[in-house]
Write a protein that binds this ligand. Structure first.
Ligand code: LRH
Ligand code: MN
Length: 426
């Protein structure tokens, strides 16, 4: 299934006048405050987020999974779904694959299909948190951190194979997330596990092409519930430094203990030139993988405020990899991802409105109240007309969610794929 320009123009037609009025009103206000509105709209249009290939079907928990029908039953259909998201939002220009859930059978066909939709392949993800059918060694007691050398060698070899898959698709980075850890005190030797992990990551890093990046994702718990080898940003940062200059820390927003100050972690990693990218989502309690901005939108804004500061002041930090990592237990996966893309664009737009010079002056003057006023003035600005203009400029939908429903996309997918297709992934 593919959406065409005519369909999008027809669903946009009814809303253009109102958009013009709202955009002009906001643009006048922002221009008067010194904002280069055209440049800001350009930044929004250029901001592309990678869609996780493992989050295009209904998610689930150990307590149950409720399908959504019309799920993508193949990698090609997953690419079509990301293509639908990109046609509507013009901000989902890449897909991030997870191996072996999405190992291509026909690389040429997959690359052509992605190109047809204007999609690139972002970071590719390895998987040593599940035992694969017929695998010689189990990861039950660890993978890259395993004391069982055979299991560790198998895990290292898997990551090198994943790099080969990525090379054939044009990906330029590998994301490693390890479930490795313990569920009970005394179960394993912490130092031995970390030494094994560092050595394994160094072997994987050495196997990467010279123009690739390694993203090391941390997480405090789950599926292990007493310790995780790569538990926090500091451990990931330390391992990235041990690997080399093309190894970075990946921040999954759901991988923090309650009330962690993620924006401070982001600013520290950017200062040290070691922030590689994000897995955007939101959460109330644990790694809930909820819709971005659905629980803590102000926290997301504060993170983007540090990102904008870092992108302007930390040339030592590379361009960032923007990815969503969510799971859909009750929402249509595509509607959920449309809402997440909107929330990311909104937080980015609001953070671009922060008057960083006035903020620095107020900070220097220790005018705490003024500092908050400057941040919240930007946060309280309804930036949606700017997002709409960025989409319109690229041929997207004025209101992606309304367009998705008005065009009956889910029904069309069910007609095309039936009610029994199940997407690989979480
Ligand atoms: C771990 C994680 C990781 C993925 C997995 C699907 O919680 O965030 O990024 O490999 O989800
Ligand atoms: Mn993640």
């Amino acid at each position: 299934m593919q959406l065409n320009k005519e369909q999008l123009q027809s669903v946009n037609s009814g809303g253009l006048d109102r958009h013009e009025a709202e955009f002009d009103f906001l643009a006048d206000k922002l221009t008067a405050a010194g904002t280069d509105v055209e440049a800001l709209v350009g930044d929004l249009a250029d901001f592309q987020v990678a869609i996780p290939s493992w989050a295009l079907g209904a998610g689930g928990t150990r307590f149950g999974r409720f399908s959504f029908y019309g799920e993508p039953g193949s990698l090609e259909q997953k690419i079509d779904d990301v293509g639908i998201l990109h046609a509507l939002t013009q901000t989902a220009g890449a897909v991030s694959l997870h191996i072996p859930w999405d190992t291509p059978t026909d690389y040429v066909a997959v690359r052509e299909r992605a190109a047809d939709h204007g999609l690139a392949f972002d970071a590719i993800n390895s998987n040593t948190f599940q035992d694969q059918q017929g695998a010689a060694h189990s990861y039950k007691h660890g993978s890259l951190s395993a004391t069982d050398e055979a299991a560790r060698e198998q895990a290292i070899a898997h990551n090198l194979e994943v790099i080969e898959v990525g090379k054939k698709l044009g990906s330029k980075s590998l994301t490693v997330w390890l479930a490795d850890g313990t569920t009970f005190p005394g179960q394993r030797n912490f130092q031995r596990s970390l030494v094994q992990t560092e050595d394994s990551l160094k072997q994987i890093y050495a196997g990467m092409p010279a123009d690739w990046k390694l993203y090391i994702e941390y997480k405090p718990y789950e599926p292990n519930f007493y310790s995780t080898v790569i538990q926090d940003w500091g451990t990931s940062f330390m391992l990235a430094n041990a690997c080399g200059e093309r190894a970075y820390t990946l921040v999954d927003l759901g991988h923090h203990l309650p009330n962690s100050n993620i924006e401070q972690i982001v600013s520290t990693l950017m200062l040290k030139g070691k922030l590689g990218g994000f897995h955007f989502n939101d959460s109330k309690y644990g790694d809930d993988d909820l819709t971005v901005g659905s629980i803590k939108p102000y926290a997301l804004f504060l993170i983007f405020n540090e990102l904008v500061y870092g992108m302007r002041n930390n040339p030592q930090n590379p361009d960032l990899a923007w990815m969503i990592d969510a799971s859909h237990n009750v929402k249509d996966p595509l509607e959920d991802l449309i809402q997440s893309l909107e929330a990311i664009q909104e937080a980015y737009a609001k953070s671009l409105l922060v008057d960083q010079d006035r903020l620095s002056a107020a900070q220097a003057a220790h005018d705490v109240v003024e500092c908050q006023e400057i941040l919240q003035d930007a946060y309280r600005t309804d930036v949606r007309p700017l997002l709409q203009r960025a989409r319109l400029n690229r041929g997207g939908a004025l209101h992606p969610l309304r367009a998705y429903r008005k065009l009956d996309v889910r029904d069309a997918l069910v007609r095309e794929r039936g009610r029994n297709t199940v997407a690989t992934g979480l």
